[in-house]
Structure formats: structure tokens, C-alpha cells
Design a protein around this ligand. Structure first.
Ligand SMILES: [Zn+2]
Length: 248
């Protein structure tokens, strides 16, 4: 729980402009068919242990099989999936967290609405500028390729769309992405440690800011695809990636 609070407070820091008010959420797999997820209405920057709910995977995945549900039905599922019925109502994004944890192989998941990233995701270019790379560290920390989900109403339908995109990515690349962009909404980061999630979100913020600067000049000078592939596969970069995952 301590690490969960630390990650939330780091993502919710006002000076970072990653999430304000009730924006964003984080989750952590407990490895026993349950996970912690931010409760609806809690603020990342000031959240305490009472701002999280522990929920069961099974009812969430059962619900995803029949996603055509009314708002009341979704609320009932969110109430019923709580391990402790006295805990707060989990976020409506609980469904997408469950998918990233189980199908995306993540142990920690973070979602935020960074100003820098949304300047791009809400533009006419959508997630396109993130499909190619401009500097090596973004490849090392955020992954060679990102997954993209078109805009869908947040909740169970968005989770189904995200699952489709994640499965396509797994099929095409044989491994899960570290970053999934939801167009006109924000990024989801799939991590192995809480530090991994924070580092990836911070690098994503930096990447977006640099892209914005590039577009204000003559446009980004994208790296050649084969150079990006090379960085992704270099053994020293794998070492660097593991070291960064542990970096405090
Ligand atoms: Zn969101």
C-alpha cells in the first residue's frame, strides 16, 4: 500500500501537470486474483489508503463478456467486485486496469491526463507523432512501439476497445506494449514496478514536450525505423531498461 500511495502522490504532484482533481488512476496486482485500484472521486495527489478499493478480477472479466450494459448495471458490478463491501466504489476505469494487469502482463498500471501528451492526443494528429521515435531514451523507457485506442466513452466500452487494441498488439509484436494511448483522453502505462510506471509517465511527458517543440519549428526529425529497432534490441539498452526500472 505504501508504494501505491507513493506512486499516486508522484503522479498527482501539481508541478508535474500529469493529473489534477479526480483525474487519473493507478492499480497494483496482488497476485491472488484481486488488485487495488483507485476509488472513484479520489485525488491522486492527496489520496490515502481509504481512497483505494481492493477488487476481484473474476466478476470484472465476466462483465466484459457482455459489455452492453446500462450505467446502473456497471455501477452494480463495481459495487459487487469489492473484496471489502465497506470500501469505496472503484473507479469506472477498473475494467481497463483489470485487462492491463491480466492480459497485458503488468503488475502496476498508471493512467493520467498529462497536459503535454493531451496537447498531441487531442490534436488532429492524434497519437500519430508517437508512432515513430525522435530520441533513444523514449525507446528504452516507453518501448519501441505504442498501442493506440480511438476515443470511446470511458468505462466498460472503452475497456473492450482497449482490450481489442492490446490483443492486436500482442498478436503483431509478441509482447505487450508499455504505453497505450487513448486518443482524446490520455495514456495508460503498463509497468512491472511502481517506479517503472512513474519513470515511463515522466519520459512520456518529456517526449510529448519535445515533440511539441519540434512541431513549432520545422517538424520532428524522426529516427529511421531501423535505428529505432536497433536501440530496442541492443543488449546494453536492455540492461539500461532494467536498471531504470529500479531507479529511485
Ligand atoms: Zn482518464
Amino acid at each position: 500500500m505504501k508504494s501505491l500511495l507513493r506512486l499516486s502522490h508522484e503522479l498527482g504532484r501539481e508541478d508535474r501537470h500529469l493529473a489534477i482533481l479526480g483525474e487519473g488512476n493507478v492499480s497494483a496486482d496482488l497476485g491472488d486474483g484481486t488488485f487495488y485500484v483507485k476509488a472513484s472521486g479520489s485525488q491522486l495527489g492527496t489520496i490515502d489508503a481509504g481512497g483505494f478499493s481492493r477488487v476481484s478480477m473474476k466478476p470484472i472479466f465476466d462483465a466484459l463478456d457482455y459489455p452492453d450494459k446500462t450505467d446502473d448495471e456497471v455501477r452494480k458490478i463495481l459495487e459487487d467486485c469489492r473484496v471489502d463491501k465497506k470500501s469505496k466504489l472503484p473507479s469506472v476505469e477498473t475494467f481497463l486496469h483489470a485487462i492491463c494487469l491480466r492480459e497485458g502482463g503488468a503488475k502496476w498500471v498508471g493512467h493520467a491526463h498529462p497536459v503535454s501528451v493531451l496537447k498531441i492526443l487531442c490534436s488532429k494528429l492524434g497519437a500519430e507523432p508517437f508512432r515513430r521515435h525522435i530520441f533513444p531514451d523514449a525507446i528504452v523507457v516507453c518501448g519501441r512501439r505504442v498501442a493506440v485506442v480511438p476515443y470511446v466513452d470511458p468505462g466498460i466500452r472503452l475497456a473492450v476497445a482497449l482490450r481489442k487494441s492490446l490483443r492486436q498488439f500482442l498478436n503483431d509484436h509478441g509482447a505487450a506494449p508499455k504505453v497505450i494511448f487513448m486518443v482524446n483522453h490520455g495514456p495508460v502505462v503498463l509497468g512491472q514496478t511502481e517506479r517503472d510506471v512513474l519513470n515511463t509517465m515522466l519520459m512520456l511527458d518529456k517526449w510529448a514536450k519535445i515533440l511539441l517543440g519540434n512541431y513549432s519549428l520545422a517538424g520532428p526529425q524522426f529516427l529511421e525505423e531501423k535505428l529505432s529497432d536497433r536501440i530496442e534490441s541492443r543488449p546494453d539498452e536492455h540492461y539500461r531498461r532494467r536498471a531504470i526500472g529500479k531507479m529511485k
